[in-house]
Design a protein around this ligand. Structure first.
Ligand SMILES: Nc1nc2c(ncn2[C@@H]2O[C@H](COP(=O)(O)OP(=O)(O)O)[C@@H](O)[C@H]2O)c(=O)[nH]1
Ligand SMILES: [Mg+2]
Length: 419
């Protein structure tokens, strides 16, 4: 999917240039989260003040239309906030999908939300976002609010009507979410677990989470025919940690700098799955503001009640920084693992640390199945992780890697199985 990334800077603001590289890299990373096989065309625009109906000047809009056609671009993403009119007009003129950053983030949340509550939270955020940008003059709702004496006129009435409709839908959604929250515990119990450890990769957008998932699975995945894994969603991969030991790695939605407040609940709901993981990899970006990001991530994990899950602090992009020892000293209290996801450096260390953590809960157990009951053996192989099978005359000896809970289930299965 070829995407046009448009970074708009206000000419009057002298300091605005500084974060350009970072901003473009963050937006690209978001687009890749939305659509992994994207490639990009980048444009930096300087404007004096936003155009009410297009945000950018109409001449520039036409120039960009040429670029869009010539390069077969299908999506444009802008770093600023568009109101509905501007978004609609640009879509019409360019004939492609146009999004601002918040809209793109909502699309990503929408893709990733799995639970019913997650989906409703995202829908709620979308309505709030729409409510915030209803406007006929390129002024946001927040700015308009409280302005007195310009009421009246049919435009104003239409806006009032649209706001009322949105507010009604918001309150309906809110009560639905309340109901679901009450029944959530029941749903959790019903959840079917994959019989392998689940490792969630969390961290800021642009930290290298997707790169890590890709590098790990390319290096170590065994493209097994295994039925268990055909149902994995595309953000998860099976990775071999050491001979015979596998885990499911899951890429999560990244944290985003200055996430708009109205998206925070939707964001947490999208991350709900983290609660069910056996281990969290917190991926830090050595080239970013580590301390500041760390605080935000920790706080969010706590809000998700995921702060009791074992966590490994992994520092990425070690290839891009000089004097790695300085970081080793600064973060020694976090038991850091240093890697380069892109250059595939430090993976042995990472696997060792992961294995150590997981083996606290996932243990090798031996089970004996008499009379070589193949139906039973197949059933176990279908649902649990078998490391080794040995067949003797009287019985089969099966070695599995399981949690205590899984082990109990297997013993129950053996007891109840027809001989
Ligand atoms: N120098 C360097 N860049 C990396 C490394 N890993 C990822 N990146 C780059 O960081 C950017 C964001 O990576 P991505 O995997 O999309 O991050 P995500 O948002 O956390 O999924 C991309 O431009 C990657 O090429 C690394 O080990 N070293
Ligand atoms: Mg990503």
């Amino acid at each position: 999917m070829r995407t046009l990334v448009i970074i708009i800077k206000n000419r009057k603001n002298k300091n605005e240039n500084s974060g350009y590289e970072h901003e473009i890299s963050e937006i690209k990373s978001l687009i890749k989260t939305y659509s992994p096989y994207s490639d990009f065309y980048e444009i930096l625009l300087r404007i004096d003040s936003p155009n009410p109906s297009l945000y950018i000047g109409s001449g520039k809009v036409q120039d960009l239309k040429q670029i869009i056609i010539e390069n077969k671009i299908v999506l444009a993403v802008l770093n600023i906030t568009l109101n509905q009119t501007q978004q609609r007009n640009l879509r019409e003129i360019w004939g492609i999908d146009v999004m601002d950053k918040t809209f793109l983030i909502l699309e990503i949340f929408n893709q990733r939300a799995k639970s019913q509550e997650g989906k409703l939270q995202v829908e709620l955020a979308r309505l709030r976002y729409e409510l915030s940008r209803i406007s006929h003059k390129g002024i946001s709702f927040d700015q308009q609010y409280g302005v007195k004496g310009i009421r009246g006129g049919s435009g104003e009435r239409k806006i009032e009507y649209e706001r009322r409709v949105l507010r009604d839908r918001i309150s309906i959604l809110n009560s639905k979410i309340e109901t679901i929250k009450k029944t959530r515990e029941i749903q959790r119990k019903k959840r079917k677990r994959i019989p392998l450890p689940i490792i969630s990769i969390v961290g800021y957008t642009n930290a290298g989470k997707s790169t890590l998932l890709n590098s790990l699975s390319k290096k170590n995945d065994i493209y097994a025919d295994n039925m268990l894994f055909s149902t994995l969603d595309p953000t998860s991969r099976r990775v071999m940690i050491k001979k015979g030991v596998f885990a499911i790695f899951t890429d999560t939605v990244g944290f985003i700098n200055n996430l708009p407040t109205l998206l925070i609940s939707a964001f947490s709901a999208t991350l709900e799955e983290i609660k069910y993981s056996d281990l969290i990899i917190h991926l830090h970006d050595l080239t970013s503001d580590i301390e500041k990001n760390n605080i935000v991530v920790k706080k969010t994990l706590k809000e998700l009640t995921a702060d009791n899950i074992p966590l490994i602090n992994v520092f990425n992009k070690m290839d891009a920084v000089k004097n790695i020892n300085r970081f080793k000293v600064t973060f020694s209290n976090l038991n850091p693992v240093f890697i380069s996801a892109r250059e595939k450096i430090g993976f042995e260390d990472l696997f060792k640390t992961i294995d150590l953590e997981l083996s606290k809960k996932w243990k090798e157990r031996i089970i004996e199945i008499s009379n070589n009951n193949f139906n039973l053996i197949n059933e176990i192989k279908k649902d649990y992780f078998v490391i080794e099978e040995r067949y003797y005359k009287e019985a089969a000896i099966i070695k599995v890697k399981v949690t205590d809970e899984n082990y109990d289930k297997i013993t129950d299965l053996i007891k109840t199985s027809p001989k």
